[in-house]
Design a protein around this ligand. Structure first.
Ligand code: GLV
Ligand code: MN
Ligand code: MN
Length: 413
């Protein structure tokens, strides 16, 4: 494989895709079912075709490229990641894995050997869950886990449902089930992603072999109190939604720390309504995101949140709702495929390290049912989900070489 060519194409494609952001100059904001998403999908379609693939968009907004093998009916080898981003995120999270997957396909095509099975590259729609507070929409749909009811249930901050956003984007939510792949049709799944943390960069390691990915639960909570005058309502005669909500929120980080095993819990969004300095808040909305490699820890923290809400909101005299937006159990990735890639790293003299992922990925969803392996490349200073996110193109190229060699082995078995 000609590494300079690989580096050059990865650079060209990622530099091009950078422009598809709703916040130019302030990082990548490419939310699902928007113009930026459509532009990125169009570009990915073009470069997938150039790499020799047949391309289509499925009913969930995933873009799918197929490099046909001799036996197209056999279970395929699939590689992919997501093309959406968080708000003001970086230029590499997700999309780099799609671009590198397309490069793997190109290498397979250029090898001149027709593989036995199909190699499929997917750009997944809405992995982040940024817009609707959910996550893994495209990968979930591929596994048959998303339906019309789901699309109608979740709304963005402007009240637009997934359903309405899909229609506006040109998709037909009623057909969402058509995005599901038949059982047994995907043989293996591979993903290349930036680490998004500091371990590889700090230790000067070139490749991360991802052993497992944390389980995640996400909740949207609303606490209802009563709006009153901040100056005239005595402290024992008010129903202050902020008072009750913050008594719960402030305990959540300690419950995660107590686990002392890498469990994390985050309240990343809080809104008070009506939001006036001199008004007792009538309502507080907040989110909770809990992650761990141990699902019991996630359940325990979620239960403690429910119990604390019950107690504090009752004491305040109001009411609350807690809605689950995502519940996904931790996943352990394929030791067999990881050890083959370890051999690849040794062969090329690339330094490597086994590590778990605290970030969620499409592999978390797909890996629940399909043998899955994932590689990380270093993130400079561990920064991600922010505009300064950076990885050298040469690092992507090394991981691309390792995955290409694994794909070649798998496709001929
Ligand atoms: C996605 O990057 C997540 O881990 O939330
Ligand atoms: Mn992300
Ligand atoms: Mn990602």
């Amino acid at each position: 494989m000609e590494i300079d060519g690989i580096i050059g194409r990865i650079a060209t494609n990622l530099e091009h895709l950078k422009q598809y952001t709703a916040t130019p100059g302030e990082g990548c904001t490419r939310l699902p079912f928007t113009k930026e998403a459509r532009d990125a999908v169009n570009y990915l379609t073009t470069i997938m075709k150039e790499a020799g693939m047949q391309v289509r968009e499925d009913a969930a907004g995933n873009v799918i490229g197929v490099l046909e093998g001799k036996n197209p009916e056999a279970p395929c080898v699939m590689m992919g990641s997501h093309y959406d981003s968080v708000i003001n995120g970086g230029d590499f999270d997700g999309i780099a894995g799609v671009v590198c997957g397309i490069e793997v396909a190109r290498q397979l095509r250029d090898s001149g050997i027709m593989q036995d099975r199909n190699f499929v590259v997917v750009g997944f729609c809405d992995e982040e869950g940024m817009r609707f507070g959910t996550g893994y929409f495209g990968s979930g749909a591929m596994l048959g886990d998303r339906d019309v009811e789901y699309c109608k249930s979740f709304k963005d901050k402007d009240g637009v449902s997934i359903y309405d956003a899909m229609v506006e984007y040109g998709l037909v939510p009623e057909k969402i089930r058509e995005a599901a792949w038949a059982e047994g049709s995907i043989g293996q799944f591979l993903e290349l992603h930036i680490e998004q943390g500091p371990v590889l960069d700090t230790e000067n390691v070139e490749i991360g072999l991802v052993e497992g990915i944390v389980g995640i639960q996400r909740y949207q909570v609303t606490v209802h109190g009563r709006a009153d005058h901040a100056g005239t309502t005595p402290m024992d005669m008010r129903m202050d939604a902020v008072d009750a909500a913050t008594k719960v929120i402030s305990k959540i980080p300690d419950w995660a720390r107590e686990k002392a095993d890498g469990t994390v819990a985050t309240t990343g969004y809080i809104r008070t309504i009506p939001g006036g300095m001199n008004i007792v808040a009538e309502r507080v909305e907040f989110t909770v995101d809990i992650r761990s490699m141990n699902n019991d820890n996630i359940n325990d923290i979620a239960n403690r949140i429910r119990a604390a809400l019950e107690r504090e909101v009752k004491a305040m005299g109001g009411s609350y709702e807690i809605n689950a937006k995502l519940e996904i159990t931790p996943v352990f990735l394929s030791k067999e495929m990881l050890s083959r890639m370890e051999e690849g790293c040794k062969k090329h003299g690339y330094s490597y390290k086994y590590l778990p992922s605290g970030a969620g990925h499409d592999s978390l969803e797909i890996g629940q049912v399909i043998p899955t392996a994932m590689l990380f490349v270093p993130s400079r200073d561990g920064r991600s989900h922010c505009p300064v996110e950076f990885t050298k193109y040469s690092e992507f190229a090394k991981a691309t070489v390792i995955i290409t060699e694994l794909a070649m082995q798998l496709l001929s078995e």
